[in-house]
Design a protein around this ligand. Structure first.
Ligand code: NAD
Length: 340
């Protein structure tokens, strides 16, 4: 029997995206976690210890702090660079530029998240749309949760029916469920910079797409919801569009008439499906909320911001580390292991 070498993955920043990446990587048979980083000895560091994940910290001083708090430390982040083939950078904004220089110096690959600009890496990733662009790359970037959502439904539409233009309004969650600092908690806040950055972010993957976006923030933690109007090059029927999305990976159709009337029931569905952390990795489209009139298509979709990018991160690791040439084979492998 031949033993295939597993990709060694380090995770810098064990927060919302970092911990989910750790779970998903752990579920794959061609990659393994060699360590995660924490900057402070919080409960999440204790959990990482309990899960047996080797924990790396910024420097020797912080290592002492962790040890005093009774948390086991495997070394400093520089030690992690020596063990990893690739670092999935899940740090919040502002620090990625400095880390990119460190990864480059250490000779490890790096995947950044949607909080960073496309210009940081010059390559952005979505498994269906441009898997090959990250092939063997040293650095790539997973587009944001909202952008991933838009590309999941728009890319197959464009491929099959050719899109003329897209107008999307993003109703954004005020904060993630674990965040008690952000808001709004009793207001609706429009994004006054029009169009918002989401359209250009979609264009980092589909540069030819004519898309304009607006956004409002609302007091919920559960999901984002998009209302989307698409002008197509030709007339389509509602049924044709639904049939297309039914066979599109990582897009799930639900029906309001089956009781899924809001983001609340989608999250309940994810919990009922037994998903880790109650995550919904797919983009949810309301089948009974899709309507085609001539060449104009109207639909709603919901995005679980904490988790939709996670399978994309796994595929990006495979592309950058040249483990699987075929995007659909990688996606199938990822999704099967994650129970999608
Ligand atoms: P988070 O705040 O939940 O987690 C960030 C983690 O990084 C925390 O564990 C924090 O302690 C750690 N950290 C902070 N400063 C650090 C430093 N200097 N070095 C190493 N680690 C440090 O953030 P998140 O929501 O996981 O976001 C991470 C990235 O993913 C951002 O770019 C964000 O825009 C993007 N993203 C977030 C979401 C979402 O909805 N949460 C969705 C898609 C993409």
């Amino acid at each position: 029997m031949t033993h295939v070498k597993k990709i060694k993955v380090g995770i810098n920043g064990y927060g919302t995206i970092g911990k989910r990446t750790a779970t998903a990587v752990d579920q794959q048979d061609d990659m393994e976690i060699v360590g995660v980083t924490k900057t402070r000895p919080t409960y999440e560091a204790v959990v990482a210890n309990n899960l047996g994940l080797p924990l790396y910290v910024p420097n020797d001083e912080t290592a002492e702090e962790f040890k005093k708090a009774g948390i086991k430390v495997a070394g400093t982040i520089k030690d992690l660079y020596k063990k990893a083939d690739i670092i999935v950078d899940c740090t919040p904004g502002d620090v990625a530029e400095a880390y990119k220089a460190e990864y480059a110096e250490a000779g490890v690959k790096g995947i950044f998240q949607g909080g960073e600009d496309h210009s940081l890496t010059g390559i952005s990733f979505n498994a269906s749309a441009n898997y090959k662009e990250s092939w063997g790359a040293q650095f790539s970037r997973i587009v944001s949760c909202n952008t991933t959502g838009l590309i999941r439904t728009l890319y197959p539409l464009d491929k099959k029916f050719k899109i003329k233009e897209v107008f999307a309004t993003l109703v954004r969650r005020g904060a993630d469920p674990n965040n008690s600092k952000s808001g709004p908690i009793n207001a609706i806040e429009p994004s006054l910079k029009i169009p918002t950055h989401h359209g250009p972010d979609v264009q980092s993957i589909m540069p030819w797409l004519n898309i304009q976006t607006m956004a409002v923030k609302v007091p919920t933690t559960l999901m984002h919801l998009h209302t989307i109007v698409v002008r197509l090059e030709k007339e389509v029927t509602t049924e044709e569009v639904i049939a297309l999305w039914k066979k599109t990976p990582r897009v799930r159709l639900v029906k309001g008439k089956n009781g899924i009337k809001s983001s609340a029931q989608i999250m309940e569905l994810a919990r009922d499906l037994g998903r880790s952390r109650g995550d919904m990795f797919e983009i949810i489209v309301w089948e009974d909320g899709v309507k085609a009139v001539g060449n104009t298509l109207y639909f709603y979709q919901a995005v679980h911001q904490e988790s939709d990018v996670i399978p994309e991160i796994v595929d990006c690791i495979r592309s950058m580390c040249k483990m699987e040439e075929d995007s659909s084979r990688s996606m199938k492998k990822t999704d099967k292991a994650m129970g999608i």
